[in-house]
Design a protein around this ligand. Structure first.
Ligand code: ZN
Length: 241
């Protein structure tokens, strides 16, 4: 059984890192951006492609419309951590997982209890004033009528989320790279690995065991020691039984 082998690898591994994509949260009801059922294939009545709707240009030029779209499509306040998030949090508690690097902006790893989470694309739960830097929670964005404005200075409050056309936070990326570099075991889940930065991060992995869990084929499957094409929640919860 592959899961038995997976368990043995994790038990023996001195350092394990999880690198995750949108597929980790689809089992919590949050749509993947790029899969057939994802946001990209969803019609929107604004008449723009979703990439533009989540771009810096759209945010800067049509902030009110940006927020209309963002509030309806990117914030899932009622989403709950699924078996994958919970299993990863449990592995960390048992000292079997050093870090989670995620592309997701939904905050579900923290909600599941994980402590060392590197959110390379930010989080919808953190927001800040683009003028004075004051921090705001997600209620500020959800509760605003139109564009959320800063209570202190009246500046526009923006999500701490990396939009298209914007660069990644280099400090966070460096931390992610150093965890991947230092890992003996890397578990990659819920990503087809054809988008940067995750695909790029994988290039830094020099450890012993690469495990891929994804419903579709990835470009790295032939390099992996184990490949699971099953539900990520099922596979990861098999590790903590
Ligand atoms: Zn302000």
């Amino acid at each position: 059984m592959d899961i038995k082998k997976f368990k043995e690898i994790i038990d023996k591994s001195k350092s394990t890192v999880f690198l995750g994509g949108a597929g980790v949260s689809t089992e919590s009801g949050i749509p993947d951006f790029r899969s057939a059922a994802g946001l990209y294939s969803k019609d929107n009545d604004l008449g723009y492609p979703p990439e533009y709707l989540l771009s810096h240009s759209f945010f800067a030029n049509e902030t009110d419309k940006f927020y209309e779209y963002y509030r309806n499509n990117l914030i899932y306040e009622d989403a709950k951590p699924n078996k994958a998030h919970l299993a990863l949090a449990e592995l960390e508690r048992r000292g079997k997982l050093d870090a989670i690097v995620t592309q997701n902006i939904d905050g579900l790893h923290e909600l599941a209890g994980s402590k060392n989470v590197i959110e390379i694309h930010g989080s919808v739960y953190r927001n800040y004033c683009s003028s004075c830097g004051k921090n705001y929670d997600v209620k500020k964005v959800l509760g605003a009528d139109g564009v959320p404005k800063c209570d202190e200075c009246g500046g526009i409050v923006r999500p701490d989320v990396v939009l298209y056309e914007e660069g990644l936070d280099m400090g966070l990326l460096d931390r992610a790279v150093s965890f991947v570099k230092g890992a003996e075991t890397l578990i990659v889940g819920g990503t087809s690995l054809n988008v940067y930065p995750v695909a790029g991060l994988l290039e830094y992995f020099k450890g012993k065991n690469l495990i891929i869990i994804n419903k579709t084929i990835t470009n790295f499957d032939n390099r992996a020691d184990l490949v699971f094409r099953d539900s990520i929640g099922e596979v990861l919860s098999g590790l903590i039984d």
